[in-house]
Design a protein around this ligand. Structure first.
Ligand SMILES: Nc1ncnc2c1ncn2[C@@H]1O[C@H](COP(=O)(O)OP(=O)(O)OP(=O)(O)O)[C@@H](O)[C@H]1O
Length: 311
């Protein structure tokens, strides 16, 4: 896979506090790479160092073969965490302003802007002043501004925050389409369900350090233990006494049994007592959301399997 962006050994301190420790990852052409972590983990600081908004104390950021001032910034699109557009400017003018900053042909930018405004349900708004837009509409315009110049690398810091579910879906589809067309995408988000639906690989950090890095598939099979949901009239004590069950959560007739890591599922299913009341039974892996919560709460899931989780 062709790496569009390589981040190598980033270190950053503010005053005497180190907030990034040896951050290393790649973003490949045509993939959606998620950077995840609890509040204050260091996601935005990582992104700001990539964008050259601040400089790392150590380490490097490489875009194709370019570093530092050699990086062709017009090939990168960026939606910052802090939203903000000039208020008394027309929608089309602000989008064309973004295009101009990236040396993108204005005629082409105008055509693309009209297409995107229509796609995002903002048709006819091109001459409306930005201050008349709702927050979500403004976010859509800023998103259009970040992709108007057809960037090779798109960095999206919390693109879904403040969007309603319909708009989240529109953004999700568009981000997937951009990746399918070859754009390398680095996405920071707290919406784990969306990340799980769309990312190819992920980099999870906590307190400025790598916790998990890999493809969604590998991460799920390595870190996401099985859980078994049983619908039926069963006591929590009986369920807890079943082999290799680490925890049971009950809600009425529904019981969720969290299973130990590395379990042999077919053998485990044979150990279920004959007298269990089973109306329905399903087994799946814990979600990315649950892995994230484990990390955020300092339950060292990665450490258990020899990962690099650090307290
Ligand atoms: N300019 C700054 N000066 C001092 N400390 C900073 C600065 N920017 C960030 N930090 C600190 O660096 C750490 C990482 O912050 P960062 O904003 O990168 O986290 P984040 O993962 O993006 O969090 P969130 O999910 O809340 O946006 C935090 O402890 C934060 O207080």
């Amino acid at each position: 896979m062709e790496a569009v962006l390589s981040v190598e050994g980033l270190e950053k301190s503010f005053k005497n506090t180190k907030v990034l420790h040896n951050i290393t990852f790649d973003v490949h052409k045509g993939e959606i790479m998620a950077i995840l972590g609890p509040n204050g983990a260091g996601k935005s600081t990582t992104i700001r160092n990539i964008m050259g908004i601040m400089y790392p104390d150590d380490g490097s950021v490489t875009f194709h073969n370019h570093q530092g001032s050699e990086i062709p910034r017009h090939k990168i699109g960026y939606l910052p965490e802090e939203r903000g557009l000039y208020k008394n400017v027309k929608v089309m003018d602000i989008i064309l302003y973004f295009a101009e900053l990236k040396d993108y042909p204005i005629k082409k930018a105008k055509e693309r802007a009209l297409q995107y405004l229509e796609k995002f349900g903002l048709e006819g708004k091109e001459n409306v002043s930005v201050e008349e837009l709702s927050k979500g509409m403004g976010q859509k315009v800023q998103f259009i501004g970040s992709i108007i110049h057809e960037p090779e690398l798109l960095i999206l810091d919390e693109p879904f925050s403040g969007l309603d579910p319909v708009s989240q879906d529109v953004f999700k589809q568009e981000i997937k389409e951009l990746a399918n067309n070859g754009t390398a995408i680095l996405l920071s988000s707290h919406q784990m369900n969306l990340v799980e639906e769309m990312c190819d690989r992920l980099f999870m950090i906590n307190r400025g350090q790598k916790v998990i890095y890999g493809s969604l598939k590998d991460v799920k099979s390595k870190y996401a233990n099985f859980k078994c949901t049983i619908l039926g009239d069963n006591s929590a004590q009986q369920l807890e006494s079943i082999n290799q069950v680490t925890r049971v959560e009950q809600d009425g007739y529904s019981s969720v049994l969290y299973l130990e890591q590395g379990i042999e599922l077919p053998s485990w299913l044979h150990t279920l007592p004959n007298n269990l009341d089973i109306v329905e039974l399903k087994v799946d892996r814990i979600s990315l959301h649950e892995i994230f919560v484990d990390v955020a709460l300092g339950r060292s899931i990665a450490e258990e399997v020899g990962g690099t989780y650090a307290q």
